[in-house]
Design a binder for this molecule. Structure first.
Ligand code: ZN
Ligand code: ZN
Length: 873
């Protein structure tokens, strides 16, 4: 191997041969813009570079990042999301898989429509412009997407299948129309799903309170799958536990009993609501119910307050308080207020009259909007009863250890289930669990109650009174009522070039050519549905479309989907844990019942990356703390930006952007480049080496001089660490750190390289493997160096380097340990152990411990690597 000075000559010679000027200085400096531009152009010319292979016999690997909303520009959170997915896709290609790595655009929806209005441009034009821009950014960042499968949800080729699904779901009874109280955002001028209401406000308008309105709406019957959605969470071992918990809570299953209390006398409007149905999980406490409490919006209140202006005013006050508490965000923390209605209800178990109250902490959208209040055995009821002087009656006492012993009255409220009933008529003496069963059965038998399971999950309201979405394929005929559009008439196209201003109901209702049509049943005039679908419909199944993106006879081919599904790895933000990820699980189950897919779940493994913040705060335009990917690419290169977001924090944690951090990454990439430029083996040397160096045929360890052996060991340790991280915990930050350590070891060996004491095959091997290790993280630089090393094959599918566990192992020594000059034990320590480490190990050795037990250490004499003598007295 030539010295550094000689290597200059060799490089120069090689350059002369390749026609480049022998300019050492220019060769040494890494210019990411030049290198990245060169490879960008080459990659652009090969449209099928990242295409999944059709009819492949290879094992498949489907990795997808959640498709973005085409807002106009990528932000660093996107870059992080895609850099993770891209590293994985490249790693799987190098491991010989048939990889599907697609990208698309969630391009319908309100923000596009609103932004288009603000920018005075049709939503379609605005959206397509944004897509073009973001796609260019993605390409410049070097993300390896199979663009031949691009899905754009606002194109009729895609949304016609939303309409097709809607018709199928309608046939199956999964899509239905009903009048209901809906969440209405006055700013969006549209209905929101429950999932889109955050603390009583619109998810898109943090400052806007959501109103309740009564409207005819289309719903998807997601509740048909409630139990399965809940049960199958147990199958999703590859999902973060926090996401499964969020879904479990959102589904909100609780077992209990519905019990009917009857109004004790008919009031002014006694015909309406003569019973009050309450839901309770503690049927065993019903003899302790000393009031019934209603949510302020309970339908009965209108009757009770009809002739009572004072009550009406007080209830309105409670509604205002409740709304205020929702604004603050925590209804659980509300200061509890209530008002007595002056009326009574009858407890069906003991015939007792109990007062009916209205309380601000009872929610209409939870359970039945009415509870029985049992102050002795519930915290909230206790607090409320104390405040308003309502009776408190003990009906559960702790179970005594000794049956003979009389039980003292427990401190109230006594809320555990570990008790038995008192003051409960024929049920006294039963244990709580047993009582719940018997009392529920009793209520059912007597027709005033039944055991039931309630869920928080409600059917999915998908009607939106907006323009920029999928038209719902339904007609209204005066004769035939609701008529589905025949399948052959799909797609129902969204009219273009229309005025989609905000006010006054559905914009489509103002387009007569759209609205007025003919009834397919009777041939008479009919009106089209003017609502469009919630944009979460689009994202519920888009990843199936990727598998067969140009199919015009079906949403996708079943056999192709069967090959690719479930998705092996899905990556996106945790904010989608409930909306998108519950809807798409529902959609998969409905498609399975339609016979389209075999899988029960769409996603085998889910990864949720952390946020990218700046100075501890989420990046946002209004805060002015946005780090622009374009600027980072222009200053440092795409590789540096990608490597930095992977290196700066474990991918599942939040990452606080540091400008100095990306500068450090840029220096590291330059170091790698410089090392390879200076030390790459000359073509002559490589040709003279037999067999040619390649991964998997490491130079024999035994024959290597110590420094060469150290390089070899570090190389194999690094390959092991990076490979293990891809398989396991995905701490790419430590992967990158490991590669940095390897590069440090190489720089430390430059003198040895100059003195020819590192064998050429090893040097070639370590440079080649270094490039392979960098390929998933910094593809531009890796491709440049790959070519520089004389490699002809594609780096994209070059085999991932293998490590040899024996070569990765630290060398070890046996050190004899003496006590007072007499050999007592042998300990095994790493070859480069310090004296302190050897002493620590010796003192932890069982034989040495017992030999020196009770004695005092006077002196320790260590002959490095040879002997440790411990002197005691
Ligand atoms: Zn809104
Ligand atoms: Zn008709």
């Amino acid at each position: 191997m030539p010295s550094q000075d000689n290597s200059k000559t060799i490089t120069a010679t090689a350059n002369v041969r390749s026609g480049r000027p022998p300019d050492r200085e220019n060769d040494d400096r890494y210019d990411p813009q030049r290198v990245e531009e060169k490879w960008f152009q080459r990659w652009q010319q090969n449209a099928s570079l990242y295409a999944a292979e059709p009819d492949s016999t290879k094992k498949k690997y489907y990795v997808a990042e959640m498709l973005p909303y085409p807002s106009g520009a990528l932000h660093m959170g996107h870059v992080r999301n895609y850099a993770i997915g891209d590293a994985l896709a490249r790693y799987m290609w190098m491991n010989g898989y048939n990889v599907l790595h697609p990208m698309g655009w969630d391009s319908f929806g309100l923000p596009a429509e609103n932004a288009a209005i603000q920018n005075n441009m049709p939503p379609r034009q605005w959206t397509l412009g944004n897509i073009a821009n973001m796609k260019a950014q993605m390409k410049r960042l070097g993300f390896a997407y199979d663009w031949s499968r691009e899905v754009t949800t606002c194109f009729p080729e895609y949304y016609r299948w939303n309409q097709w699904f809607f018709l199928k779901f309608h046939e199956m009874g999964l899509a239905y129309r009903k009048k209901s109280k809906v969440n209405w955002c006055p700013k969006c001028c549209t209905v929101l799903a429950n999932e889109q209401v955050v603390n009583g406000r619109c998810w898109r308008h943090e400052d806007t309170l959501v109103e309740q309105r009564e409207l005819e709406q289309w719903f998807l019957r997601i509740t048909k799958y409630t139990d399965e959605l809940l049960r199958d969470l147990d199958k999703l071992g590859g999902w973060p536990e926090k996401v499964r918990t969020m879904q479990r809570n959102w589904i909100g299953r609780s077992e209990g009993t519905l019990v009917d209390f009857t109004l004790s006398d008919s009031g002014p409007a006694g015909a309406v609501g003569s019973t009050i149905s309450v839901f309770t999980t503690r049927m065993d406490t019903i003899y302790g119910a000393t009031s019934v409490q209603l949510a302020p919006q309970h339908p009965l209140i209108a009757d009770l307050a009809a002739a009572n202006a004072d009550l009406r005013a007080k209830v309105d006050q409670l509604i205002a308080e409740q709304r205020k508490a929702r604004e603050v965000g925590d209804i659980g923390e509300i200061e509890k207020h209530g008002v007595f209605t002056g009326r009574y209800a009858i407890n069906p178990f003991n015939g007792e009259k109990v007062p009916i109250w209205v309380a601000n902490y009872i929610l209409m959208d939870y359970g039945t909007g009415a509870i029985m209040s049992v102050p002795a055995h519930d915290e909230r009821d206790y607090e409320f009863a104390k405040k308003y002087n309502i009776d408190i009656r003990l009906v559960i006492v702790p179970i005594a250890d000794d049956p003979e012993e009389t039980v003292a009255e427990p401190p109230l409220p006594f809320t555990t289930m570990n008790g038995s009933l008192v003051n409960s008529g024929p049920f006294s003496g039963l244990a709580c669990e047993d009582a719940i069963k018997k009392m529920s059965a009793y209520a059912e038998k007597n027709g005033f109650g039944k055991a039931t399971v309630t869920y928080r999950l409600k059917d999915w309201g998908i009607s939106r009174q907006r323009y920029w979405g999928t038209p719902i394929p339904m007609l209204y005929c005066e004769k035939d009522g609701i008529v589905p559009v025949p399948e052959k008439d799909l797609p129902i196209l969204l009219p273009e070039n229309m005025d989609s201003t905000l006010t006054g109901g559905s914009p489509l209702g103002r387009v007569p050519e759209f609205v007025n049509t003919t009834c397919p049943k009777c041939g008479g005039p009919a009106r089209r549905e003017t609502d469009t679908m919630d944009t979460f419909v689009d994202s519920s199944w888009y990843f199936y479309r990727y598998t067969d993106a140009h199919n015009d006879r079906a949403p996708f081919d079943r056999e192709i989907a069967k090959y690719w599904f479930p998705i092996d790895q899905y990556i996106g933000g945790v904010e989608h844990a409930i909306l998108h990820l519950i809807y798409s699980r529902f959609w998969t189950k409905a498609m399975r019942d339609l016979g389209l897919v075999k899988n029960d779940e769409p996603v085998a493994r889910l990864f949720t990356q952390g946020m990218v913040t700046y100075q501890g705060a989420a990046m946002s335009k209004s805060r002015g703390n946005v780090v622009s990917p374009d600027e980072m690419v222009a200053r440092f290169g795409a590789d540096a930006a990608r490597l930095y977001v992977l290196f700066a924090a474990p991918p599942d944690r939040d990452l606080d952007w540091q400008d100095s951090g990306i500068e450090g990454i840029q220096r590291f990439l330059s170091r790698v480049y410089r090392f390879v430029v200076r030390n790459k083996p000359s073509v002559e040397t490589l040709l003279a080496t037999s067999p040619p160096p390649s991964s998997g045929t490491p130079a024999a360890a035994a024959s290597l001089p110590p420094q060469a052996r150290a390089i070899q060991r570090k190389l194999h340790q690094t390959i092991k660490r990076v490979s293990d991280d891809f398989q396991g915990r995905w701490h790419f930050n430590t992967c990158v750190a490991a590669i940095m350590e390897l590069v440090n070891v190489l720089y430390g060996a430059e003198d040895a390289i100059a003195k020819n004491s590192i064998p050429t095959p090893l040097l070639a091997e370590v440079q080649r493997d270094l490039v392979l290790l960098l390929a998933p993280f910094a593809p531009y630089l890796a491709h440049e160096l790959w070519e520089m090393l004389g490699e002809k094959g594609s780096l994209l599918k070059a085999p991932w380097p293998k490590y040899d566990a024996a070569l990765a192992k630290e060398e070890e020594l046996e050190v004899p340990v003496q006590v007072n000059g007499k050999l007592r034990s042998l300990i095994v320590v790493p070859a480069d152990s310090t004296e302190d480490f050897v002493v620590e190990r010796a003192l932890a050795d069982e034989k040495i411990k017992s030999t020196i037990a009770g004695k005092q250490i006077v002196k320790k004499i260590y002959v490095p690597g040879k002997l440790l003598n411990i002197v005691v007295k």
